[in-house]
Design a protein around this ligand. Sequence first.
Ligand code: DGT
Ligand code: CA
Ligand code: ZN
Length: 576
Amino acid sequence: MRNQEIAKIFNDIADILEIRGDNPFRIRAYRRAAQNIDGFAKDVAEISAEELQEIPGIGSDLAGKIQEYVQTGSLRFYDELKKEVPSGLVDLLSVPGLGPKTAKLLLDKLHIKDIDDLEKHAKEGRLKGLPGIQAKTEENILKGIAMIRRHTGRFPLGRVLPVAEGIIDKLKEKPFISRLNIAGSLRRWKDTIKDIDLLASSQDPQKVMDFFVKLSQVKEIIMKGPTKSSVVTDAGIQVDLRVVNENSFGAALAYFTGSTAHNVRLREMAVKRGLKINEYGIFDVKTERKLGGEHEGDIYKILEMPYIAPEMREDTGEIEAALKGRLPKLIELKDIKGDLHVHTNYSDGSHDLQELIDAAKARGYEYIAITDHSKGLAVARGLSIEQILEQNNKIRALNKKLKDFKLLSGIEVDIRSDGTLDYPDEILKKLDIVVASVHSGFRQSKEQITKRITSAMRNPYVSIIAHPTGRLIGEREAYEVDMEEVLNTAKETETAIEVNAYPLRLDLNDMHIKKAIEKGVSLSINTDTHVIYQFDFMAYGIGTARRGWAEKKDVLNAGSYDELIKRIRKKCLPRD
Ligand code: DGT
Ligand code: CA
Ligand code: ZN
C-alpha cells in the first residue's frame, strides 16, 4: 500500500505551506486529504482517478497529484516546495509547542535550520528576546527536544501494529509455517515498542527465513540465521522472527512475550517446586522429564495457577492475584456496545451522521454518541450554539426512524483556561451526553489544570472527561495534573474518565486506569473517530484497558443502551 507514503507527503506539504504562511484553507485541505488517504481501505496506487475522488477531501487536483506520484515516483509540486525551506526546518515542527510561525522566525533571525541548531541556541540562551519567546519558552523547547531524543528508538504502538499485521498477513499464507504469533511488548499492547518479536513453528525453518528476509517491506537485513532473523522495515522498525519446534511453541511464546520481570517470577516459583522453565518447555529438574511446552497454558497449569493474559504480564501484582484466584475477568473487544466520542463533518470529522450510523452498525454497535467540538475550538471548526441545536434536532429526528440503534446527541465541550465550559448549562442540559476536555493552556500549573478538570466534573451535565492528560505519544508529554485528585473527584461526582483509544493518545494510560478501577471510577473506552476507519482503534483502547486490569463492569460503553443512560443519569436529574 502506498497510502501511508502519500499521506506523509501531503502532511509535509501542509507543514511547509504553514511555514510559508500560506492560506489556512489550503493547509487544512492537505491535512484532511492525508488523514483520509491514510485510513482508506484500498491501495490508492491501484484505483482510477474517479475512484480517488470518492475519498472525502480528494478533488481532481489532489487526485492528479496522487496519480503523478504513483506513476512517476515523485511529485513536482512537492519537490519545488521543498526547495523553499531547509530540510531540517520541518523537523523543528516535531518539537512540542513549536509551531510554523516560530520555526520561520528562528530561520530568518538566527538561521536555525535543524533540531541540533535549535538545541545549541536554546542552551546558550539566545532565543529569548525574539518576538514571543521568553525564558520559559526556551526552557520548554529544551524539554521538548529532550523528550524527542528519549523516544527515539521506541515507536508508538499505533505505528508498529500495522507493520506487524502487514508482515503476518504474508507469512500466514505460507503452508510451510504451521503456527505464528506476535510476542514481546506488542503482544502485551505496551504503548511504545522497541521492536517487533514474531514467533513461528515450521518443519522447514530455512524456508521460513528465506521467505521472511525477502518480504517487500524489508529494507535491511541485520542478521539471517538458520532459525532466527532480524530485519529493518521500510518504516524503520526492527522485526525479529524466530522459528521453533512445534512441541516448544508454547514455552517459546511465553518466554518471548515477557515481560522479563514476569518471567523471572515464574522461574523463581518453578525453582521452588523443583522445576525449570526455559524457552523449550517446563521440566522436572531431577528426572529432566519435559512436563509441557507445546501450549503456553502448560506453564501456568503446571505451576498450579490460572492462565495470565499477556497484557497483565508486567509483575505488577498479577502473579499474586492469580495465586489467590483473584485475577480480573478482563474486558474484550466484543463487550463494547458503542462508541461515545465521535466527530462528524459539522466540526473536523469527515462524515455525516448517516455514514457514521452505517459504519457503527457494521461493527455491531447498538449506539454511538455524536460529540463534535464546541465553539471555542475554532481550529477544529467548533459548533456555534445554533449549530449544536440544529444537530441536536437532526439527531432526534433520525432516532425516530432508527431501528435497534440509538444516536446519542452529545458534544465534546472545551474546558476553557479558567475551568468554565464553552457552552452554558441551558445548552448542555439539552444533550444526551457531554464529553469535556482540555485543548489549550497545557502549560498551566498542576494546580490550575487539576482545578480546571475537577470543576468541569462538578458540572452536573458532564458525563465523561476525554483524553484526561493530553499526551501524544512521542510528540507531547502529558500536562501536569494531579491524577489522584482527578480520580477522587471523578468517583465523588460520578463522572466517567475516558480511555481514549486513538493510538497516539492511549489516554488514560495503563497505570492510571488501574488506579481508577481501584477507586471505583467508571471508564469509557472511545476512539475519538474523525474518519470511519478509526472506529477500529477500539482495539487499542481495549488493549490499554486490559493492561489496566479493566473488566466489563468498569466500562460505561460495555453496557446496553438502557444501562448506559441509567449510568449517565445517575449524575444529574433527567434532562430536557
Ligand atoms: P520492547 O523493548 O518494546 O521490545 O519490549 P519487549 O518486552 O518486546 O522486549 P524484547 O524485544 O527485548 O524481548 C522480547 C521478550 O524476550 C521479552 O519480553 C522477554 C524475553 N527476553 C528478552 N531478553 C531477555 C532476557 O535477558 N532474559 C529473559 N528471561 N527474557 C528475555
Ligand atoms: Ca520487542
Ligand atoms: Zn474528540
